[in-house]
Design a protein around this ligand. Sequence first.
Ligand SMILES: *[C@@H]1O[C@H](CO)[C@@H](O)[C@H](O)[C@H]1NC(C)=O
Ligand SMILES: *[C@@H]1O[C@H](CO)[C@@H](O)[C@H](O)[C@H]1NC(C)=O
Length: 230
Amino acid sequence: MKFLIITFALAGAIAAIPSLDLRTGDENVELGSVITDLINKTINSLIENLDEPLVLDDINVDENSEGLSGTIDVTNIKISGLKSLVATYIDVNLISKIMNITIHIPDINLQFAANVDVVLAELIPLYGAGKNSIDLSEIELTITGLIDIHDLKHIKVQDVGVLIHLDSATFNLNGLLNNVEFTALINTMLTDNVAAFINDNDALLSKVLGQIIEDIVNQNTTMENFESFP
Ligand SMILES: *[C@@H]1O[C@H](CO)[C@@H](O)[C@H](O)[C@H]1NC(C)=O
Ligand SMILES: *[C@@H]1O[C@H](CO)[C@@H](O)[C@H](O)[C@H]1NC(C)=O
């Protein structure tokens, strides 16, 4: 372990000196794979430490504006499937600090209870209550940005962008307008369109998802994460 800490510290110190020529010689290939393994270990340990299902805070909206008035309560929000996340491709340029990482998740299941009673645009009433579930399949994230590994206890990332692609998004919402037929229609419409919408609008989602990933990585990486490094 001590040897590895020294190796990483060395690798970090070298990465911190951009003028050093890392482009030639076999050592660089090895150094590159050490860094790749280190990043993969970080990802794997972030995932290992996640609860499954992951329970998120309730969301309570109590609005009274022209666009939206009324209340929305979303409770019992649970996400399963993140534990199966695998980084399938990791490329980091030690000089430019540009990272390019591909993440694959076979399935994500999102469950939540919702109680909605709002009027949209002072015109359209939207209400209903029920338990809901959304299944996403074959999710692939391409994460690019800058990675700072010179302090190995605290890997930092910035300017993170995320391109997302998924095979399908299956909606099973319940209780919309307290009307079974209407709810079935909406479920079909969402299931038919949302995956394509996400795939077509990933530039739009890229910044939002990038910010979430920056927050997770920049807050969570500590040396403890590397204790299990072989
Ligand atoms: C990262 O680690 C996982 C789990 O050990 C492994 O399946 C995967 O191939 C690794 N990815 C890379 C890019 O090395
Ligand atoms: C990231 O790597 C993938 C696979 O090699 C490549 O297609 C893509 O263009 C790269 N993206 C960036 C921003 O470098």
